[in-house]
Design a protein around this ligand. Sequence first.
Ligand code: SF4
Length: 310
Amino acid sequence: MSHVYGVVPSRRLGRSLGISTIPFKTCNYSCIYCQLGRTTNMTDRRQSFYPYEEILCQARDFISRYGEDSFDVVSIVGEGEPTLFSPLDEITKGLRELTSRPLVLITNGSLLHDVSTRNEIMDFDIVMPTLDAFDQESFRRINRPFGKLSFESVFEGLAKFSREFDGEIWLEVMLIKGYNDDRNSLAKLNKEIETVNPHRVYINVPARPPAENYVKIPDENSLEFAKTLLGATGIEKLPESSFLSVEDDAFGAVLEIIKRHPMTEIDIEALLREKFGEESAEQVLRKLDDDASVEKSIYRGKVFYRYASR
Ligand code: SF4
């Protein structure tokens, strides 16, 4: 199991060295827009899925091989919800000894109501929670949470964390046409954002193939209205290709990334050309086409590859 992946280009963070702490598609949500597809391992029980030493050992290998100049931030992110992993504080402690780059946690924010989760993530520099819903019904329709998880407790957890945390909170709102992009929904989201008072607000849209094909990107007018009302920056454009991989085999390099982050055909070609030479791209794309665990789709005029199951 490779816990370290990328470097992956991020619209908000620059070049992000990804660290995944959880098994494939393990989450307590199954968001309709999820770029990894529907959640296959639904749980809200925090666990040590892997020894934290194993994760840190792989991060150490990457950094000693490629150096700190190869990435701008280290992101704890991955194949589902990273706060389902515990102990996250051992991960930040270990990473601080390996790099001076900012440590970022990308989370759905659902477990911030839990005091031990909040305590374990206090040493991150930036926490990037998601907030798409404004009541139980929108929470249920958009995020499709596990078990009895309620919108109220998730929102209260986020508000509480924002008061306790010394680092920066960059909130992300995923806007979906017909779900949370009308003026009434945006006014409610705005009220929540005022309570959380994050350092930054980003508006995202389903720029990569969503779990459900009925998910649509809002109209340009709604997006512009939302950005102004929420004081948000739009990150609806896909970033330029600048992937990097630690893998020595071309197919494995692509596979390790698409387990966590769908890639376009153009991204794959650019990654392989850079590291393995021109001729490897065609071979790998053919192998991906033949692999039953890889999904190929055309979304908004681009060919995407993502991992579907193990
Ligand atoms: S978008 Fe994030 S929170 Fe939602 S199902 Fe996917 S991994 Fe889980």
